[in-house]
Design a protein around this ligand. Structure first.
Ligand SMILES: [Zn+2]
Length: 59
């Protein structure tokens, strides 16, 4: 469901969580939830700048 690729995490849900553990350049941060704007299609974590890309695999 979630896979990491070139510092971009593709997700199939508009709501994602991040605690920094996915980003090798970060030492981690408190767990937060991010809501992806469906019209934008991606969001950056304000802590570790990890990019999450919404990808609807059914389209
Ligand atoms: Zn983060």
């Amino acid at each position: 469901m979630i896979k990491s690729e070139n510092n971009i995490i593709k997700v199939s849900s508009l709501k994602v969580s991040c605690d920094g553990e996915n980003n090798n350049s970060s030492e981690g941060h408190p767990l937060i939830w991010l809501q992806i704007d469906e019209e934008v299609g991606y969001i950056f974590c304000p802590y570790c700048e990890q990019k999450f890309v919404f990808e609807d695999k059914y389209t």
